[in-house]
Ligand binder design. Structure first.
Ligand SMILES: [Zn+2]
Length: 297
């Protein structure tokens, strides 16, 4: 079964054929109805509470060094433009991760692709082929190199995340060295060049916890714009009840939990779980069979 992942929902119409229209972004930025989404140079979004703090095109003041991207049109036909650049006065900027769980789904579906392409622009000022400066074209969907003329397109990095489940239907959770104390999550990692996503599941499970996967079941995908990943979710079944072998560097602990053991560990505050908008949380819930009770007082 494919999971209903929280960041996998389609947002506004991306209107891809409109991107090549000459002068489109300039016109939109003069428009009363245009919605301008603000992202700063570090990849934080302008938000007010848990809502996007957008500005109307006619009220938007372009700051020097800004890059603009046409994001598409909403159901009312309003154009959306992303402005990446210095912070605008009068707005608070936050990491999307800290607000997305409470952000309305419709706004989250705008914020996620906006941040993903903002993060590509933030790291694409120079050509990876020749090192010269690149220039924005096609309403922000292409960067062309001044030196060698190469057109560069927005990239996303595929990654896999899997619920490793043993022969007794227990779920493996791992503590990575960069996690806060007590936080546990799924085995995950980037797909390597030349590798299929299914092979990445097998390799990462072997590398991170020393287990051989017997069956790989696809469960869906969602973007994860931190900075620009696309997460592929899997269920990875292992035979018997193997012991986890962690490397002690990247992963410092990994163990299997029964549902009762996990609920007790979470209630006691011994195990902290990933955020509710993450693929990891959806995989956890799918295995658990519903929402996992929150920690006790
Ligand atoms: Zn070049």
């Amino acid at each position: 079964m494919i999971l209903d992942l929280p960041l996998a929902h389609a947002g506004i119409d991306p209107d891809t054929s409109g991107r090549t229209r000459e002068g489109l972004v300039g016109e939109l930025l003069d428009g009363e109805d245009t919605v301008v989404v603000l992202v700063d140079e570090l990849g934080d979004l302008a938000v007010a509470g848990s809502r996007l703090d957008t500005v109307a095109g006619a009220d938007y003041l372009e700051l020097h060094g800004s890059t603009h991207v046409y994001l598409g049109r909403d159901a009312e036909g309003r154009g959306h433009v992303l402005a990446i650049g210095p912070r605008h006065d009068g707005h608070d900027y936050h990491d999307l991760r800290t607000v997305m769980a409470s952000m309305p789904a419709g706004e989250r579906a705008v914020a996620v692709p906006a941040l993903a392409i903002a993060n590509w622009h933030r790291h694409s000022a120079f050509c990876p082929r020749c090192g010269e400066r690149t220039e924005v074209e096609a309403a922000g969907w292409v960067r062309r190199c001044h030196g060698c003329g190469t057109e560069h397109y927005p990239r996303t990095d595929p990654a896999v995340i899997m619920s490793v489940i043993d022969g007794s239907d227990r779920l493996l959770l791992a503590h990575a060295s960069h996690f806060p104390r007590g936080r546990y999550s799924m085995v995950a990692g980037y797909v390597e060049p030349g590798e299929s996503i299914e092979h990445a599941v097998v390799r990462e499970t072997r590398e991170e916890v020393g287990m051989e996967v017997a069956e790989v079941i696809y469960r869906g995908s969602q973007p994860w714009p931190f900075p620009r990943s696309l997460m592929f979710a899997f269920e990875a079944r292992v035979l018997g009840t193997p012991e986890a072998q962690v490397d002690g560097v990247e992963i410092t602990d990994a163990r299997f939990f029964t549902r009762a053991e996990l609920a007790a560990a979470v209630a006691a505050g011994e195990v902290g779980l990933p955020g509710v908008a993450s693929v990891a949380y959806s995989l956890l819930e799918a295995w658990y069979g519903g929402p996992i009770p929150a920690p006790g007082p």
